[in-house]
Design a protein around this ligand. Sequence first.
Ligand SMILES: Nc1nc2c(c(=O)[nH]1)N[C@H]1C(S)=C(S)[C@@H](COP(=O)(O)OP(=O)(O)OC[C@H]3O[C@@H](n4cnc5c(=O)[nH]c(N)nc54)[C@H](O)[C@@H]3O)O[C@H]1N2
Ligand SMILES: Nc1nc2c(c(=O)[nH]1)N[C@H]1C(S)=C(S)[C@@H](COP(=O)(O)OP(=O)(O)OC[C@H]3O[C@@H](n4cnc5c(=O)[nH]c(N)nc54)[C@H](O)[C@@H]3O)O[C@H]1N2
Ligand SMILES: [Mo]
Length: 762
Amino acid sequence: MTEKEKIEPYDGPAGGWGSLNSVRRHALEANAVSAVPTLLKQNKPDGFACVSCAWAKPAHPRPAEFCENGAKATFWELTGDRATPTFFAQHTIQELRSWSDHALEKSGRLTHPMRYNSLTDHYEAVDWETAFAEIGSELALIRQNDPKRAIFYTSGRASLETSYMYALFARLYGNNNLPDSSNMCHESTSVGLLDSIGVPVGTVTLDHFEKADALFFFGQNVGSNSPRMLHQLKEASDRGAAIVTFNPLRERGLERFTDPQNPVQMLTGGETIISRAYYQLRPGGDIAAISGMCKWLLDQDRQGKPTLDQAFINEHCHGFEEFVRFLDDLAWTEIEQESGLSKTQIEEAAAIYANARRVIAIYGMGITQHKLGVQSVHMLVNFLLMRGNIGREGAGICPVRGHSNVQGQRTVGISEKPELVPLDKLADQFDFAPPREQGTTTIEACERIIDGEVDAFVGLGGNFLRAVPERELMEANWPRMRLSVQIATKLNRGHLFTGEVGYLLPCLGRIEIDRQASGPQVVTIEDSTSMIHVSKPMREPASEHLLSEPKIVAEIAKACLPPNQSVPWDDWIADYGRIRDAIAQTYPAIFHDFNQRMHQPGGFRKPIAADERKWNTQSGKANFLIPSALHASFDDGRDPNIFRLITLRSNDQFNTTVYGYRDRFRGIEGTRMVVFLNGEDMARLGIAEGELIGMESAADDGVERRMRGFRATRYNIPRGSCGAYYPEANALIPLWQHAERSQVPAAKSVPVRLLLRNGATA
Ligand SMILES: Nc1nc2c(c(=O)[nH]1)N[C@H]1C(S)=C(S)[C@@H](COP(=O)(O)OP(=O)(O)OC[C@H]3O[C@@H](n4cnc5c(=O)[nH]c(N)nc54)[C@H](O)[C@@H]3O)O[C@H]1N2
Ligand SMILES: Nc1nc2c(c(=O)[nH]1)N[C@H]1C(S)=C(S)[C@@H](COP(=O)(O)OP(=O)(O)OC[C@H]3O[C@@H](n4cnc5c(=O)[nH]c(N)nc54)[C@H](O)[C@@H]3O)O[C@H]1N2
Ligand SMILES: [Mo]
């Protein structure tokens, strides 16, 4: 172990002084001390929407409505560091490929449009006109040949305005190839909730949170990934609401919280206990655990203790009888085996549920990133439906979305599924024939890139190559493409693999003032609770050469598409209010009077039919749906030498952006190359604490996926499972190991074997 690496348990709560210290340190480390005052405008009605997570922004914010990780995101974007043409002249791409994710982004904000020169292996500065002209002619040529051979990827940060234009651009170009980071994230939600309750998104707002009697958490790490929600949880806990958590790991934010904005708590060392009960189930065990709770509810009801909301079930639900048969056929031994929990634990949790009148189920990647991710979502809805917990005050389903506008992008047309987009409307509005064929998901895009079937990749943000599975094959095949265009704020590893023609185009971040012909512009986003609001930038741009995302999209579109009078790209750029008018015309039910309503504090809400107990499903009712298996994983969990690997986020990263090497709550410092293991498994296999071991995929499909150099770390994790950080461990995930139907990579239960020092495979 090097001197800087430190692995020891951390006793502090989430929030508290630890979080304030971390904010201070990050302002220095990110070279962004001047950005500190900016934080006071974060998530305020007259300020900007945080570029980190998608959690709701309240109408009546606290004096400081940012969290530790929101502050890091702001500092990281407003850093004083710059990746200039000189920087790129000093380092070849080959050399940069040996840098860490952290070091690459730490080089600072991109300042100039860059073109890859394969003769020198450097990115070199170009002017925007040259860039747009070449990208335009390359894209036009590919379009002539076959428009399906281009992919238009989006990471969930781009605004509603940019996303609407970008989706329209892809369709004018001639395809629905609009994969989104959501394809790796909450697509299991979009598919699963649509089946169950007829909406692709959650049904709750902050108002529901204020009235809930119990909150059930499944696989969402609030303390790191949506820390502002800790305030709602503290309020709920103070009010006596029960919080119950199902998670293989004991995540600190779900255990204890000290409110940094509460002087008494801060000075007295007071803490709020968050979870009343915490169940460390097996990864992939949620279907079993929830089935067990449902079975218990049913039994109680039959024993004459009214536990089910029969009136609701009769009036609103479909498929209940079949669900009852499914529950009756389940054996408790099977439930215990697959969930890793005892019958007593499951009954205890179910009893808390039965005693609460209004309940919200909250979940994240621990549910969606499994082979049966979609069915895990169905199961959560079944659980809520049994007691009528959808479509009333204080109750509902709450998928916690990732990127700050990922949900909104889907709302305004970023989708590979043409049936979800009002194509007829677009055809009328813009006088063209939109393509009707299915587009590619992220997984399909990867398959096609590996097969050499893609000629152009345009990335609107993100770090596609680093975020997807099957790293080696993806990196090896990427350069077969003719054209790659990456629109980005910072350099990342994905940019170090290019097509024959490769561009890296630097854009304004959301916090930076965006001046166009009609003056400074604002943009809008939709949060996790379907509230749509304005975001007003306030900082001077990182470089005078940056263009806004809408501008870059418009210029590329103009450069490669034949002119179309009905698409006023230039007018839109002159005044983003006109883009919002166009959005309102396409989606009047959601966006009428958009330019006025966007200023409403807290935002305006997108209508959510299920929250009014209107069910836009095929049956016209809310559906009980039956899972095909009790565990959600690819392996059956019976072979003691196959471990279910959970790929994890640390408290010091935003996805592939690694801010630093402190995973404070988990007590890991100075390294990310660790593998968490259960102490009994370590003893059984003779693995010493700190020993360097490897892992290989247990997919046994003829492809070798092997990684070495993980430090074995004893951790409170269920036997038979292990944990390692994302994105480092992505090389271990086969492309085909994704959720059924939603195609979300099964990143939370990757079957692996351990490679021990003596060469043995455990
Ligand atoms: N600071 C910060 N904020 C972020 C992000 C970030 O990287 N950093 N990422 C953003 C994005 S895009 C997203 S999608 C969200 C992600 O936020 P989360 O949804 O919280 O995602 P993860 O941290 O990947 O994993 C969530 C939890 O699932 C648990 N888990 C693993 N397997 C299982 C299982 O089988 N069952 C159950 N019940 N739990 C399981 C893990 O232990 C972990 O605590 O956060 C967003 N916000
Ligand atoms: N193994 C494993 N893999 C996973 C996951 C997992 O839990 N485990 N999680 C998955 C999930 S939930 C997601 S959402 C994906 C994330 O996949 P992506 O969204 O593709 O990745 P990010 O790391 O969020 O993208 C970071 C990059 O975005 C660019 N960027 C930042 N801000 C802006 C901006 O304002 N504009 C533009 N144009 N660019 C910007 C910067 O260049 C930065 O390097 O990863 C997925 N992959
Ligand atoms: Mo995500």
